[in-house]
Design a protein around this ligand. Sequence first.
Ligand SMILES: [Zn+2]
Length: 261
Amino acid sequence: MNCYFVSLTSFFTLINFFHPLHAELSTLEYLNQNQLTQVGDMIVESEWVLDPEQESSEDGISSQYVLKTVRPWVNGILRYQFSKNINQRERQEFLSYCSGMGEFADVKCLPKRQKDKDFIFIEKTNENVCGLSYLGRAGGQQPLKIRCWRRRTIQHELMHAFGVAHEHNRMDRDDYISIIWENLDDRFRSQYYKVKLDQVALYLNYYDFDSILHYDSYSGSKNGKIVFYRRENKSTVKQTESMSFGDHYTLYALYGGTRPR
Ligand SMILES: [Zn+2]
């Protein structure tokens, strides 16, 4: 119950943030004040994020961390409302990308009805991100912002809205990728924070380099040099344009449906 209350509180403050009255607050100030943290394009509860200071003094996953669970959408139904400035063609594209996500998993996007309290508000943004989404169902109205109007970005943000975090933010990601911190722009450091979520088991026990939720090896580079490489063979990770088997499987594991094979 406590947890729910915290989420709800955060949600309302989150909405205020996107109101123009709060434009004088920087994102960072706002997030700090409301116990929210932006991890790349995901907005998560700050308590879900592994403190980078703590991380530098300890190794990998420790049993002392309590892993958190993201709140899913009831029956896999994500209720939505479009901002007025999204045209008809864009609406159709958005919805076809969403229905593609339900190829295996029982997930779908349906319009918000009067009685629906929890929904995503889809809007375009000029902010310096391709997209932005809260992770999982925040409770009430939650923003889903898109600048790069294309399938990859829309499905990526929808995956977050359905409750799935980036592979490279997993607690065990250091077993799979090596980050070269000195090549990373300080402004993008939070992209590589670890998030204490209980999602590892959902990933078929492998690390999915092909996930639509994986950043590419140069993401956040300050000097054009590589930011992370695969540990096993030192190769780079490229951005993928469509959902991987693992992405479909994760959604299936969260919401049920037909098991992908
Ligand atoms: Zn993301």
